[in-house]
Design a protein around this ligand. Structure first.
Ligand code: ATP
Length: 363
């Protein structure tokens, strides 16, 4: 087990594509770390470069005390699980799991014994003689994990390992993987483009854009205080309300509503400054009677989320979203007022969070 430290990591592909741009990142020993970001932001390249499957153009990669930047993949002591699992179709489950030990020249009896042990830990005992084609997607995923575990690497690198599973199996596999990582305590970097998955599973996460890290933090920090409009619009199952507004003296006007400037942003913003006022639908209270200092408008749509509903309110031509509890749904067409809860409103200037005292940002 080991920490991972990346310094100034840059990866240029032929044709002028800079997939990683002088990236710095420290992942603690034993941490479950998620890399999140839109397609093409460099997540897979980051993982493959740490694994040694791609050569860095610049920068260093340290695993534990060792600088592995120039080592071949086999000597970096990492276990990688790919999106498509990359199992050998002609080999049995037992031989697939034992494969990394074969590469390490462990004798057959010892490696099959080790494979059986890992397989048992992952609930694959009865399947050792089967071939990958005879397994379900979830079982194949476990075989791929077992194979990565068999050599007892210091680090796991998982590239969208849940994306081939259907929604229900995905949830099960998510819990399974998190529990397994806790038990093994192996430093794990997990790539996903699914923000809900990253929020649910990670100890900490990084949000990437264009080969750079835009924010690092715990899921709670990133959810509550996205460091930029980009992160804010990327995180959350229901998108954050992001309303263009303007500072006017001590107050802020957005969607025709006069709002107090959030405490931490007071005194920082110039009169006339254009800003974006951000508040999550979960952090607003809805009322069918007037509330002081609230956005007021007309209920346009009510969507059932299961145990809650998402209400869309049209305020001066702007659509705002608020989550209301079961039984509190208004009828479309009615008037409604929504009020941000204390301390929950965020202000962005030039796309960056202004009232973000406790946000860790790397740009
Ligand atoms: P996705 O979520 O779609 O898998 P990603 O965040 O993992 O995306 P990468 O696969 O790391 O993104 O790609 C980062 C950038 O590098 C993209 O612009 C991609 O087109 C480019 N790229 C990736 N591999 C190569 C390659 N072998 N040659 C040239 N460009 C590449």
């Amino acid at each position: 087990m080991a920490a991972i430290t990346l310094r100034g990591l840059t990866k240029d592909y032929p044709g002028g594509v800079r997939a990683l741009d002088a990236l710095d990142l420290s992942i603690a020993d034993g941490e479950f770390f998620a890399l999140l970001g839109p397609s093409g932001c460099g997540k897979t390249t980051l993982l493959r470069t740490v694994a040694g499957l791609e050569n860095a153009s610049k920068g260093t990669i340290q695993i534990g005390p060792d600088d592995v930047s120039r080592l071949p993949p086999g000597r970096r002591d990492v276990g990688m699980v790919f999106q498509d699992y990359a199992l050998f179709p002609h080999m049995t489950v037992a031989d697939n799991i034992a494969y990394p030990l074969r590469i390490k020249k462990v004798d057959r009896a010892a490696r099959l014994k080790a494979a059986a042990g890992v397989a048992a830990a992952l609930g694959l005992d009865g399947l050792l003689a089967r071939r990958p084609a005879e397994l379900s997607g979830g079982q194949q995923q476990r075989v791929a994990l077992a194979r990565a575990m068999a050599a007892r690497p210091r680090v796991f690198l998982l590239d969208e390992p849940l994306s081939n599973l259907d929604a229900r199996l995905r949830l099960e596999a998510r819990t399974f993987l998190k529990k397994l990582q806790r038990e093994l305590g192996v430093t794990t970097v997990f790539v996903t483009h699914d923000q809900a998955e990253a929020l649910a599973m990670a100890d900490r996460m990084a949000v990437m854009q264009d080969g750079r890290i835009r924010q690092i933090g715990t899921p709670a920090e990133v959810f509550r205080r996205p460091a930029s409009v980009f992160v804010a619009s990327f995180i959350g199952s229901t998108p954050m309300n992001l309303v263009p507004g303007e500072v006017r003296g001590d107050v802020l006007v957005a969607a025709g509503t006069v709002l107090p400037v959030p405490e931490e942003a007071r005194g920082v913003l110039a009169d006339g400054q254009e800003v974006v006022y951000g508040v999550r639908p979960e952090y607003l209270d809805f009322s069918e009677t007037p509330l002081d200092g609230a956005f007021s408008g007309r209920v346009a749509v009510v969507e059932n989320l299961g145990s809650a509903s998402l209400v869309t309110l049209e305020v001066e031509g702007v659509l705002l979203h608020v989550v209301v509890g079961e039984g509190e749904e208004p009828r479309p067409g009615r008037s409604g007022w929504i009020l941000p809860r204390p301390g929950r409103a965020l202000v962005y200037r030039d796309g960056e969070l202004v009232n973000g005292g406790d946000v860790t940002v790397t740009v």
